[in-house]
Design a protein around this ligand. Structure first.
Ligand code: BJW
Length: 233
């Protein structure tokens, strides 16, 4: 890969697995511990806000006990040293890309450390529990919810992502099962634009057949190897 190319990278829960954050669909993962319709839909939140706020409070609190792994560090190195254009899109709501050194991260499914006020619509940096119904820092209404994208909601910055996919030379998907749209469809968008496509995942994803190349193994090994290849040119 020459250094003057445009790369779009999509990451999912698998990139944070070696840091100790549960994935969603693996054995023992979050969707075995909780019903997805209870904790990751607007309807579930309306039915039982205490359950949902508690679920996200625990996951936000757990961030202080985990660290970025070599895969996050490698993508940060790519951001620093790659001479072409790079867009790092993550489905993850953790902050491990940023703590690993990446400064430009597009969180398409939102962030644990952000609050969305259902009264004024403002998103605020947030690193505290929400179960006790704290006031919005902007309008003071006690109507904060986790600033994450649930099923049936529109992910963030889709226009920007699709524009980058339609103009990229390489699309790389890392640590995602390919079970959730629209992210699962990015590989087809990139292919339609003539881009090369690469999957780096522990095992074949649901969409592995769409990728021109797939490498299977832990992200902590595959991602640093791939970044070395890109930077050596
Ligand atoms: C490793 C590893 C290691 C493990 N190294 N790898 C029918 C057909 C098509 C679509 C739909 C449909 N019915 C409904 C829909 C739409 C729906 C959808 O996709 N549903 C599916 C269930 C079918 N999607 C939506 O509703 C989305 N919105 C939407 O579509 O709006 C309309 C729209 C229209 C047009 C354009 C754009 C939009 C919203 C989806 C929101 C998803 N939200 C969640 C929760 C976020 C907050 C939170 O974190 O709690 O996002 S669900 C959950 O899944 C989370 C994740 O970001 C997302 C993806 O999961 P991910 O990251 O892939 O994790 P896993 O666990 O699935 O996979 C991990 C992978 O890592 C595995 O493959 C492992 O093998 C691997 N791995 N260790 C490398 N060490």
């Amino acid at each position: 890969m020459a250094q003057d190319k445009r790369i779009v990278i999509l990451t999912g829960a698998g990139i944070s697995a070696e840091s100790g954050i549960d994935t969603f669909r693996s054995a023992g993962g979050l969707w075995e511990q909780h019903k997805v319709e209870d904790v990751a839909t607007p309807e579930g939140f309306a039915r039982n806000p205490d359950l949902v706020l508690g679920f996200y409070d625990k996951r936000r609190e757990a961030l202080s006990g985990v660290k970025p792994n070599p895969a996050h560090a490698a993508l940060a190195r790519l951001e620093r040293e790659f001479l072409g254009e790079l867009l790092l899109v993550t489905q993850n709501v953790d902050d491990l890309h940023e703590r690993g050194g990446s400064s430009q991260v597009l969180h398409m499914h939102g962030e644990l450390k952000s609050a969305l006020c259902m009264s004024c619509g403002v998103r605020s940096a947030w690193d505290a529990p929400m179960s006790d119904r704290p006031p919005c820092p902007v309008c003071q209404a006690p109507t904060l919810r986790p600033d994450v994208v649930w099923f049936g909601e529109m992910p963030y910055q889709m226009e920007r992502i699709y524009a980058a996919l339609s103009a990229c030379d390489l699309f790389v998907s890392i640590g995602t099962s390919g079970a959730v749209y629209p992210a699962a469809g990015f590989v087809q968008e990139a292919r339609a634009a003539g881009a090369a496509t690469l999957e780096l995942n522990l095992e074949p994803s649901d969409g592995t057949h769409y990728f021109a190349e797939a490498r299977h193994g832990p992200a902590g090994e595959l991602v640093p190897q791939w970044v070395d290849e890109v930077l050596v040119g």
